[in-house]
Design a protein around this ligand. Structure first.
Ligand code: NAP
Length: 340
């Protein structure tokens, strides 16, 4: 592509915002021309104000980007078309409809608009056709909002999409979720050090609602979500009741046959990778894969009394958040023929 799309990152200093800035620093289609955070940071250079929490160096290209105020006219003057939102839900609830009304193409991580009937919760590998809902929001005459799922749901939906054909009747799952899922600064170290917290507000309800909307299925869902003292990556244990009598080999084959939907820069060739070693997967592999953090890993596969069980690992801030949004924007550009 000769000319890159100019994009804005809203909430660029948070845990998810940092992943946007890192992934967009050398993106082949997009370049950051506008970044926002809370009002006290306006006018400051990114490197001088952000508390960088990612396990890799901050790219040189983003260090001098100046934090701007949230201003539609200034964004338009900067040539912004695509907006990536890593805003807290309560801020997004006000900002995202306004961005849409002002003609911007918004790709959001926030839960604020996920459940609107004309707003897709998009995961390109699983439900690319839902992207067409943006026409119900008025595209191409107006802007639109596309959301990605809650981080823990993204991992679950990715592992389940290839198994949909077996008929998913019941999902029983427990999660072991890292602290980065609560944003920065997130939980007090006093609460989470040497400890697990067996409740994440609203999370279990989100899983049930979102997995049904994403995969267009209506299973019974039983979920527990637990916060654990791990930095990155959510582990999930899953048991399924399926309509068909499925063998372990069928599940492994279904994951292996699940390939990228289109050649998008941020989509791995093999989006779900199964490993048979008993100690796989672990959160320390959260940034594995190519692109880093975009592969969902599965393992510990079992069959017992007709049920299928397994564990999965999703990088909550990459595939489960910013990386997922970037992939959604790539899917939009590709599907609507906007590549110049
Ligand atoms: N963390 C995850 O794994 C994850 C996964 C999926 C989805 N999400 C969702 O993604 C969104 C961002 O999550 P996060 O974990 O990155 O949160 P976070 O670390 O708390 O970051 C929030 C960002 O929003 C900015 N912000 C806060 N209040 C603002 C305001 N009133 N006006 C403008 N900017 C404001 C913050 O700026 P300052 O730094 O200046 O305060 C920061 O850049 C949330 O909606 C979250 O639910 C998170």
């Amino acid at each position: 592509m000769d000319k890159k799309f100019k994009v804005a990152v809203m909430g660029a200093t948070g845990a998810v915002g940092q992943v946007f800035m890192w992934m967009l620093a050398d993106h082949p289609w997009f370049e950051v021309s506008y970044a926002t955070a809370s009002a006290s940071r306006v006018g400051l250079q990114y490197a001088s104000t952000v508390h960088w929490v990612l396990p890799m160096e901050m790219p040189e290209q983003i260090k001098t980007i100046e934090i701007q105020e949230f201003n539609f006219e200034a964004m338009k003057e900067a040539g912004v078309q695509i907006v990536f939102s890593a805003l807290p839900a309560e801020v997004a609830r006000e900002a995202e409809p306004q961005l849409r009304a002002n003609g911007f193409y918004v790709f959001s991580n926030a839960a604020a608009m996920r459940y609107d009937s004309n707003v897709p919760i998009l995961i390109p590998e699983t439900n690319l056709e839902k992207l067409d809902l943006i026409k119900d929001q008025g595209y191409p005459e107006s802007g639109f909002v596309v959301t990605n799922a809650n981080c823990v749901t993204t991992g679950l939906a990715m592992a389940l999409a290839p198994l949909r054909k077996f008929g998913i009747k019941t999902i029983m799952m427990n999660s072991y979720q890292s602290v980065s899922g609560a944003g920065y600064p997130g939980l007090s170290s006093f609460d989470i050090t040497d400890n697990c917290i067996p409740f994440i507000k609203g999370e279990e309800e989100k899983i049930e609602k979102e997995v049904k909307k994403i995969l267009s299925i209506s299973p019974e869902v039983y979920a527990y979500t637990v916060r654990v003292p791990v930095m990155f990556g959510h582990l999930e244990s899953v048991w399924l009741d399926l309509e068909q009598d499925v063998e372990i080999e069928d599940v492994i084959k279904a994951w292996a046959d699940f390939k990228e939907v289109a050649e998008l820069p941020s989509t791995p060739k093999q989006p779900v990778e199964y490993g048979s070693d008993n100690t796989f997967p672990q959160p320390k592999y959260a940034f594995w894969g190519n692109p880093k953090g975009m592969v969902v890993y599965t393992g510990r596969l079992k069959k017992k009394n007709g049920k299928i069980g397994f564990l999965l690992l999703v990088n909550n801030i990459v595939k489960g958040a910013a990386g997922g949004s970037i992939q959604n924007a790539e899917a939009f550009v590709e599907r609507f023929g906007l590549r110049k």
